[in-house]
Design a protein around this ligand. Structure first.
Ligand SMILES: NC(=O)c1ccc[n+]([C@@H]2O[C@H](COP(=O)([O-])OP(=O)(O)OC[C@H]3O[C@@H](n4cnc5c(N)ncnc54)[C@H](OP(=O)(O)O)[C@@H]3O)[C@@H](O)[C@H]2O)c1
Length: 272
């Protein structure tokens, strides 16, 4: 198996212009996969595509916003038309937010749900018939914030938790069709320079640098996503904080609530 598992496989990656999605695209292209890159930032997307192609890999770009159903239809059709197949869909595109629930503007609520949950739902529904044919993989990139609701991250947590419900349902429904459904709980990960999060009134809040050694790199996360697909695993929980969060939430949920209440101020201050 090894690298050959991905050779000539057609992989659609949302949010491939930046961060984890871009790194996953590079690694999969290096393993011989044919990549459909998607995002809204045309320049960033073509940069990723040129890097892959210049290194002898295979990639095409589709510029579009996944919050729009018609765009998602065109995206999936573009992938199938271009490569004549669709084997793997990685729902990675996402946006985060910060702010007290009571202060959130409609646009913030709408944007976070539409990007993280609705967009992933649209693409998955549209791609499903093709994944049935290929007995492929449908992967959702969630977050450890999707295990337990965190203060000042309400819509982000809710959108990422929603992916769990979707993944569980589709996994069972598609069991007979041999579709692999994977869900990745990503922990705090290094970010691209200049990355922002969305504040309660829609403002862009710059995120602090995360180059500390305790934080997972984008490469580590990308490899974990790829391993999930390779092993056709359901849930992969990344980072020690993520694993601890999962255990505490399952066995002593009152403890996690207590710790969150005690540390709410720190979460507000260090949340970036
Ligand atoms: N980094 C972390 O610490 C962390 C932790 C837990 C979970 N995660 C999850 O991992 C995923 C990737 O995170 P990241 O840190 O790599 O994020 P990132 O660097 O901000 O990249 C996000 C990607 O999503 C795309 N995107 C956003 N809105 C879109 C839309 N409406 N339509 C199409 N594409 C859209 C962006 O592309 P354009 O700008 O080109 O549209 C970009 O390529 C996200 O789902 C995130 O929630 C990240």
């Amino acid at each position: 198996m090894g690298n050959n598992k991905f050779r000539d496989k057609v992989v659609l990656i949302t949010g491939a212009s930046k961060g984890i999605g871009r790194t996953t695209a590079f690694i999969l292209a290096n393993k011989g996969a044919k990549i459909v890159l998607t995002g809204r930032d045309e320049k960033a997307l073509y940069d990723v595509q040129s890097r892959i192609v210049n290194q002898g890999g295979n990639a095409v770009s589709f510029i579009g916003d996944i919050t729009d159903w018609k765009t998602c239809k065109k995206l999936v059709q573009f992938s199938v038309d271009h490569y004549n197949d669709l084997n793997i869909v990685i729902n990675n595109a996402g946006v985060s937010m910060r702010g007290n629930f009571s202060n959130l503007e409609f646009e913030v609520i709408d944007k976070v749900y539409r990007t993280n949950l609705i967009g992933a739902t649209y693409i998955s529904a549209i791609a499903l018939p093709f994944l049935r044919k290929s007995k492929g993989s449908l992967v959702f990139v969630s977050s450890i914030a999707g295990i337990r609701g965190l203060p000042y991250n309400s819509i982000y947590c809710a959108s990422k938790m929603g992916l769990r419900g979707l993944a569980e349902s589709v996994r069972i429904e598609e069991y007979q069709n041999d579709i692999h459904v994977g869900l990745i709980y990503v922990g705090i990960t290094q970010i691209d320079k200049g990355k922002t999060t969305i504040g309660a009134n829609g403002n862009h809040i710059p995120l602090k640098d995360r180059s500390s050694r305790n934080i997972m790199s984008q490469e580590e996360v990308a490899h974990a996503i790829i391993k999930n697909i390779q092993n056709r695993k359901f849930i992969s929980t990344l980072s020690s904080l993520g694993k601890l969060n999962l255990i505490v939430q399952k066995f002593i949920p009152k403890l996690s609530e207590f710790l969150l209440i005690q540390n709410t101020n720190k979460i507000i201050i260090n949340g970036r």
